[in-house]
Design a protein around this ligand. Structure first.
Ligand SMILES: C[S@@+](CC[C@H](N)C(=O)[O-])C[C@H]1O[C@@H](n2cnc3c(N)ncnc32)[C@H](O)[C@@H]1O
Length: 248
């Protein structure tokens, strides 16, 4: 858990998408602030880029920014409803290609064709085996100097905590009342920051930077558990050769 079937049911059928997912940026004040203050500063060295791929665009919260930073953008999501929503929002054009996939395949993307891959708030919900499948393919889809930024789960760091929590014979709401964190926000339990970085290496990608980030807004300020919920990792194919020093 969360499986690919869970993701498909959740995002294609159960989630209301009333505000297109903008609510997930509330802690920043707005989607614009979230992008300009938090995401863009971390990727500005790599954009604009000619050809981009976004995995898990949902209703296009980040697509709205990415599309203006590239000449060609491919969107891949396992939810037909999300891809349809993006089509309606951004329209048909030669610049944007829309793809529904099976939650792990990138066969619709040409090898050696992508300069920048982006995924934020989506792959936190997929387990290690799905990440492995994407990373292995991405190594050949990325151009030599291409870069990917991946937001991934770190809930594996709390796997023991959640295992013990399951044994406590009390309703979760009671536990929260006494300040015990019970929510893991559907983050994949098999993934840790170290595990994800190791997967990148095994797939032929070099980690340029990795940050562990905290959930923006803990459910309660008294929560004992402040989930360091995930990481943001920048990676590029090893075949690109050594990285220049930052000041070069
Ligand atoms: C929480 S929404 C986030 C959407 C968007 N990234 C945003 O931040 O607004 C998760 C999205 O990831 C997609 N998704 C989940 N698992 C996926 C997978 N294995 N492959 C591709 N897309 C996936 C869902 O269909 C959904 O569109």
């Amino acid at each position: 858990m969360p499986t690919t079937d869970w993701n498909l049911e959740r995002w294609d059928q159960r989630y209301h998408w009333n505000d297109g997912g903008d609510i997930w940026s509330n802690a920043w004040g707005s989607v614009e602030m979230h992008w300009h203050a938090t995401l863009l500063p971390r990727i500005h060295r790599y954009v604009p880029a000619e050809s981009m791929l976004e995995i898990g665009p949902g209703y296009g919260r980040w697509t709205a920014f990415l599309k203006d930073l590239c000449s060609r953008l491919s969107l891949v999501d396992l939810s037909p409803k999300c891809i349809q929503a993006c089509r309606e929002r951004f329209g048909e054009s030669d610049d944007i290609a829309y793809h529904v996939n099976d939650g792990r395949s990138l066969e619709m993307i040409d090898d050696d064709s992508i300069d920048f891959v982006f995924s934020f708030d989506s792959l936190v919900h997929v387990e290690l085996e799905v990440l492995e499948s994407y990373l292995r393919q991405l190594c050949s889809k990325l151009r030599k100097d291409g870069v990917g930024v991946f937001h991934h789960s770190n809930a594996g760091e709390y796997a023991r905590y959640f295992k013990v929590l399951k044994l406590v014979p009390l309703p979760k709401s009671w536990l929260r009342l006494i300040g015990i964190g019970t929510r893991r926000h559907a983050r994949a339990l098999s993934v840790t920051a170290e595990g994800f970085e190791a997967l990148c290496r095994a797939a032929g990608l070099r980690c340029l930077s990795q940050e562990i980030i905290q959930l923006a807004r803990p459910a309660s300020p008294r929560l004992h558990l402040h989930l360091r919920e995930g990481g943001l990792l920048l990676a590029r194919p090893v075949r690109a050769g050594p990285e220049p020093a930052l000041h070069e």
